[in-house]
Structure formats: structure tokens, C-alpha cells
Ligand binder design. Structure first.
Ligand code: ZN
Length: 152
């Protein structure tokens, strides 16, 4: 792995930006336009759902909105990535892909940052923050909820 950390590493390379469509695009647009994580919610019964889909899994109503959520939750599942096919991610290997169960209920997927691997454990209190990448996609960062944030 001679390329890592050397001048051959494409530090200026940009991470791949997906091009979401349909309801998934709406999910990302809400985050890009407001800077806040939004999750789909049924207008008929109020149940939150993610990933976005047309009909409510609880009452089958087709009416929904993307509403802001706290971003707070707990680490529900994870995968430690020791390899990447995206050269722009090389400086961050190993990194953790995290499934976060939001306090509102739905689970979202993002990348955990700032937590040493030996301190990563299921149930960790975290907060999800969207970071716009272009006009139609927001990357989701997952940070450990620090003591100061808990007080708010
Ligand atoms: Zn419903």
C-alpha cells in the first residue's frame, strides 16, 4: 500500500457523490436546503419511516412529509471498513459505517467519525449531521454525543 499517505495519494480527490432519485432525492433535498436531517413521516397516522417510500407501512396512506428530526440516536449496527474502492476515502480507512436508530424511531446510515475504534460499541449515543455535497445529496456524518450536547 505504498500510495497511502504519499504524494501519490489523491488528497484532492473528491468522494463519490451518489445521485438519488424519487423519494430518496426528496430526503436529500430536505437536508441540503435546511442543513437539518429530515425523515419521512406519515400525515395520516404520524409514523416515521426510513428509507423513504410511497406508502405508510403502518396505515398504507400515501400522504407524507419530510419533517426535521433531532439527529440524536444510538448506534444500532455497524461495519468497520478496512478497505475502500473510492480513493478519496483512503485517508479515513479504517472507518465505521454506522446504522443509527434515531430517537424518533427510524434508522439511518452514515459514517462515524472522531471515535477511536476501541471505543465504538453498539448503543453508543450519537448525533447525525447532514453535510451537503452539491445540490442534491447530503452526506450523513455520525458523531458521538458529547456531555455538553446531552445537556441541551
Ligand atoms: Zn400512516
Amino acid at each position: 500500500m505504498s500510495g497511502i499517505g504519499s504524494d501519490a495519494t489523491p488528497r484532492a480527490a473528491k468522494k463519490y457523490v451518489p445521485r438519488p432519485e424519487g423519494h430518496n432525492l426528496e430526503f436529500h433535498l430536505a437536508a441540503v436546503r435546511t442543513g437539518l436531517l429530515h425523515v419521512q413521516r406519515c400525515r395520516a397516522c404520524g409514523v416515521w419511516r426510513h428509507p423513504p417510500r410511497t406508502y405508510c407501512p403502518a396505515c398504507h396512506a400515501p400522504d407524507f412529509a419530510f419533517e426535521p428530526v433531532s439527529g440524536r440516536g444510538t448506534l444500532y449496527s455497524m461495519a468497520v471498513n478496512h478497505f475502500t474502492v473510492d480513493a478519496a476515502w483512503l485517508p479515513e480507512v479504517p472507518f465505521v459505517t454506522a446504522v443509527v436508530e434515531l430517537v424518533e424511531g427510524p434508522r439511518v446510515v452514515g459514517a462515524l467519525r472522531g471515535v477511536p475504534l476501541e471505543e465504538v460499541e453498539l448503543g453508543l449515543e450519537v448525533v447525525v449531521t447532514p453535510e451537503p455535497r452539491g445540490e442534491e445529496f447530503a452526506f450523513l456524518w455520525v458523531d458521538r454525543l458529547d456531555a455538553q450536547s446531552r445537556m441541551r
